[in-house]
Ligand binder design. Sequence first.
Ligand code: ATP
Ligand code: MG
Length: 483
Amino acid sequence: MPLLQMTGVDKRFGQVAALTGVDFSLEAGEVHALVGENGAGKSTLMKILAGVQSPDAGSMTLAGQTVRFHGVDEAQAHGVVMVYQELALVPSLSVAENLFLGKLPRVVGYRDLYARARGPLAQVELDLDPAGEVARLGIGERQLLEIARALAREGRILVLDEPTAALSSSESERLFAIIEKVKASGVGMVYISHRLEEVFRIADRVTVLRDGRLVGTRVVADTTADEIVQLMVGKSVRRYQRSPRETGEALGTFEAAGPGLEPLSIALEAGEIVGLAGVIGSGRERILPTLFGLEGTASWAGDPVRSPRDAIREGILLVPSDRKAQGLVMELTVQENVSLTTLSRLQRLGFMDARREREQTRTWIDRLSLRPPEPHKPVRELSGGNQQKVVVAKSLATEPTVLLLDEPTRGVDVGARAELYDVIDGLSRRGLGLLLSSSDTEELIGLSDRILVFRGGRVTTELRPPFDYEEVVAHVTGARQLA
Ligand SMILES: Nc1ncnc2c1ncn2[C@@H]1O[C@H](COP(=O)(O)OP(=O)(O)OP(=O)(O)O)[C@@H](O)[C@H]1O
Ligand SMILES: [Mg+2]
């Protein structure tokens, strides 16, 4: 008898059929991966399991017993714990308070609370001050803290929704080790991810959803990445490779230095895409915030960039990777978010030019194939990957000269990814200069005209096409230096 059996699950949001007749099962001690394109219904299916959403139809059994959850508390009481895609920590509270949120005794003795926090923190190998404010943590630390919190609840079913999207490769390794341990203790886990290499590494079975329907469940050992991608998109997809370009005129040179970053200079041509590669801690993740005036010191074409305001005045724009914290206002609609950065252009004599605003939003919805193509939907109601598309649209709408892209396709599925790549390529062909910071080697190879590899706070290698995948990875991981 499976630990969990969901049968015939339906869920609609207004006109959208998010799930139609979906079956899903989970065994004790199993890792069951759930994959599918953005908006396929993965998060919704798991939110139904976790008591966040109620299904319109279908049934659910836990160890053979029929259950129906009215709220998260009921699901947790049955041992179902979920770590959400959009992190749910309270930034103003301490690490320890967040760990025991909702489980705090009425009178909180802080000394006791901090002491009790050490166990769960140690479990995910997080060396944090339990009294420290969560607002000060990096996104990877927050993600691991969420996982520690879920483990502290001692569930028998643990759902992880894109847990590695915000993690560095070493943090991901840590997570995989934790998953092995949790698995050995008999907990069943559902693992949602867009990274198939992770699925093949840690999952026992994989279920594919497309447009809210179940397309198949496979034993991982009996399938291939190609088959899964084919099931996801309903056809085979090509690997993206940008066609070669002519050299362009010089746009300017970035000079920068800062914490974790030795002085460096990057010259950029019109139409050029410079890829920035490197593991977390290599300095690669610091470079774009520095160039955008958020930290350290930077200049562009001889002019100092002391703040984002300076950067924007120079025509430099940053597309941030953390869409919730920096990129989007969740309560506003798609159109309002896209218009936010272009208010001054859209205003005529102090009034919003409603027609232009509508046209601009339409254009971006089409170009990025936003699903659903609805300008007046609150961003909160979009799937994670579609939210990322709005972040990109919002930045592009300001028509910058230099675009700094920080992990532009984090959480974006393979199909939408190719669409975004076409948009990025199109921008470069219109004469923009782009810096692309990415942990995705395929993405760097597919888009870059050259790749700068960061290690230890500086550029150690510059690679030119044709790129060799293994070689890029060898430089990034330092295997090339060790060899
Ligand atoms: N609260 C909501 N209100 C309205 N529509 C919603 C809501 N949550 C999800 N949807 C819609 O339901 C569909 C499935 O969304 P879901 O978040 O489950 O996708 P997903 O597979 O998790 O995608 P991603 O990989 O982008 O996270 C999408 O069309 C989405 O817009
Ligand atoms: Mg999701």
